[in-house]
Design a protein around this ligand. Structure first.
Ligand code: AMP
Length: 466
C-alpha cells in the first residue's frame, strides 16, 4: 500500500500534527497522502480517487488541521470551520475519530452528527459551533432546516466517498449544501470511482483542483484473489452454511468473513438461516439502530462473532482490519459496488479472498463486473452431492476425519493451518461453456483447493476457470 519516497516532515506539516502522527505510529505517508498534502496546505482544491483503506482520511485531515490552525479564526456560533460530509454513519464516526487523533495537539473542537441518534442532543452540542464537523447529509440538513445550524462559517468543505453519496440519493442534499457554503471555501473531493456524474460534480464543486488517483477508477483490488461459485439461488444458503461450518474446503483460512447481500431483508434472512444451523452472525444495515450497528462491528472486530452480513450501504467505508474473506452472497447490480465490497479485505497491505456466488439470474451482473473491473475469477466446484444436501435427502461426502472442520469459522480459531486437501468438492456436471485455457493467470494455491486431488482434476478445472 505504501510507496516510500517521502517522509511526513518533508510535506510541510506543523509540529503538533507530526507529533500526533508519531503517537499514531505512522512512519511514512501513503501515496494518497504524499501527493496532495503540499498543494492542499497551499490552499488548492483537490479531487482524489481513492478507496477507504488507502489512508485518504489523513490526506484531507492533516493539511486541513494545519490550515485551520494557521488561519486561527474564531469558532463560529452555530456553524463550523471545516465540514466533512460522509455517506454512512460508520464512516462519519471513523473520520471524526481520526480528526480527534490527528488533531490531538492542535486544540480544535471536533463533532460528528449522524442519523439514528437524538437530534436534540446534536442541536445542543452544536449551539456554540465547532471547528470540525463530520456529518451525514440528511442529519445536517435536518439541523439547517430547524435553523439550529448554518454553513456560513465553512472554510474547508470535504466530500468523502462522493460516489456513494450519489448512489444513496444524496444529490439534492449535496446541491442544497453547496448553495449554503461560502463560495471562497476550499473543497476536497474524494470518490472511489469516477463515473460521469462524479466528473460533473467535481466541476461544480472544485475550482482548478489538483487530481490525485491511487487506484485507477473501478480497478479491482489487486491483492484480492477472486473465486466464483455458480450456484442456484435456492442453494446459496446451504452453500454458505457449508463454507462457514468448515464442510467446504474454502481457499484461505477463514478468520473474519464479511457476507454481502443486496437487501436489508436478505441480510436478516441469511443471519436467521445461519443461526438455525448454529452459526452465529450479525447483520449490519440501514434498519439497525446505531447501538446495534456498533455492537455488530465490535463483535466482528474482536472476532467474538466473526461473520458479519452486510448491505452495501452499511459496509461502505468501514475500516476493519483482518477481514480474511468477502463473500458476495448476492452479486451487486452496480459493478463498482463489487470493487468496494472486495476492497473490505486485502487492507493495510494484506492479501484477501473474495468469493462470489452467482445464480442464473445474476449472470448479467457478473458480465458487467467482468467488463468494468477486468476481474479474473477462479471457478470453484460445488460440493459433491450438493443438491441432495440442499433437499435434505443425503449428506455430502464427508471430509477425511483429520481434516474436517479445519476451515470452520470459530471465535477462537487457534491459529491452525489452512484447510487441507479434503477432496470434498468436485465439479458438478459438464461445464456449459468451454473457456479458453487460462493457464498462467493467478489461481489460488492448489495445495488447499477444493477437489484438488491431483493432475487429472487439475487439468479439468483449468478449463473451468471463468
Ligand atoms: P483510511 O483510508 O483513511 O480509512 O485509512 C485506513 C487505515 O490506514 C486506518 O486504520 C489508518 O489509521 C491507517 N493509516 C492511514 N495512514 C497511515 C500511514 N501513513 N501509515 C500507517 N497507517 C496509516
Amino acid at each position: 500500500m505504501i510507496v516510500m519516497t517521502t517522509t511526513f516532515d518533508q510535506l510541510g506539516l506543523s509540529q503538533p500534527v507530526l507529533q500526533a502522527l508519531d503517537m499514531k505510529g505512522y512512519d511514512e505517508p501513503t501515496p494518497i497522502q504524499a501527493q496532495p498534502i503540499p498543494p492542499v496546505l497551499d490552499g488548492r482544491d483537490l479531487h482524489g480517487i481513492a478507496q477507504t483503506g488507502t489512508g485518504k482520511t489523513a490526506a484531507f485531515m492533516l493539511p486541513s488541521i494545519d490550515r485551520l490552525r494557521a488561519a486561527d479564526n474564531r469558532t463560529p456560533f452555530k456553524s463550523c470551520r471545516m465540514l466533512v460530509l460522509a455517506p454512512t454513519r460508520e464512516l462519519a464516526g471513523q473520520i471524526a475519530q481520526s480528526a480527534r487523533d490527528y488533531g490531538a495537539l492542535a486544540g480544535l473542537k471536533v463533532h460528528s452528527i449522524v442519523g439514528g441518534t437524538s437530534v436534540n442532543k446534536d442541536r445542543n452540542k452544536l449551539h456554540r459551533g465547532t471547528d470540525i464537523l463530520v456529518a451525514t447529509p440528511g442529519r445536517l440538513l435536518d439541523l439547517i432546516d430547524q435553523k439550529a445550524f448554518r454553513l456560513d462559517g465553512v472554510e474547508i468543505l470535504v466530500l468523502d466517498e462522493a460516489d456513494q453519496m450519489l448512489d444513496l440519493g444524496f444529490i439534492h442534499a449535496l446541491r442544497k449544501i453547496s448553495q449554503l457554503v461560502p463560495g471562497d471555501r476550499q473543497t476536497l473531493f474524494f470518490s472511489a470511482t469516477m463515473p460521469r456524474a462524479i466528473r460533473d460534480l467535481v466541476g461544480q464543486y472544485c475550482h482548478d483542483p489538483v487530481h490525485v488517483s491511487v487506484t485507477p477508477a473501478a480497478t479491482t483490488a489487486e491483492r484480492v484473489e477472486q473465486f466464483l461459485l455458480m450456484v442456484q439461488q435456492d442453494e446459496k444458503i446451504a452453500l454458505l452454511q457449508m463454507i462457514l461450518s468448515g464442510r467446504y474446503d474454502t481457499p484461505g483460512r477463514l478468520e473474519r468473513v464479511l457476507v454481502f447481500t443486496r437487501t436489508k431483508y436478505g441480510a436478516d434472512k441469511v443471519v436467521k438461516k445461519l443461526g438455525q444451523k448454529g452459526i452465529s452472525a450479525n447483520a449490519i444495515h440501514g434498519n439497525k439502530s446505531q447501538p446495534q450497528r456498533q455492537r455488530a462491528l465490535s463483535e466482528f472486530k474482536s472476532a467474538k462473532v466473526p461473520v458479519l452480513v452486510a448491505t452495501d450501504v452499511a459496509a461502505r467505508g468501514i475500516d476493519i482490519p483482518g477481514v480474511s474473506h468477502v463473500i458476495n452472497y448476492e452479486l451487486p447490480n452496480v459493478p463498482e459496488q463489487y470493487v468496494h465490497r472486495i476492497g473490505r479485505t486485502a487492507r493495510a497491505g494484506k492479501d484477501g479472498i473474495a468469493i462470489a456466488f452467482c445464480a442464473e439470474d445474476e449472470r448479467s451482473y457478473l458480465k458487467d463486473i467482468r467488463k468494468v473491473t477486468d476481474a479474473e475469477f477462479n471457478r470453484l466446484p460445488l460440493p459433491e452431492n450438493f443438491r441432495a444436501v440442499v433437499e435434505g435427502v443425503g449428506p455430502t461426502k464427508p471430509a477425511p476425519k483429520q481434516q474436517r472442520g479445519r476451515a470452520k469459522v470459530t471465535p477462537k480459531h487457534g491459529g491452525r493451518g489452512r484447510p487441507g486437501d479434503n477432496r470434498q468438492g468436485k465439479p458438478r456436471g459438464k461445464p456449459k461453456r468451454k473457456h479458453p485455457n487460462r493457464a498462467g493467470k493467478p489461481r489460488h494455491d492448489g495445495s488447499s483447493s477444493p477437489g484438488n486431488n491431483g493432475g487429472s482434476q487439475r487439468r479439468r478445472r483449468r478449463h473451468r476457470h471463468g
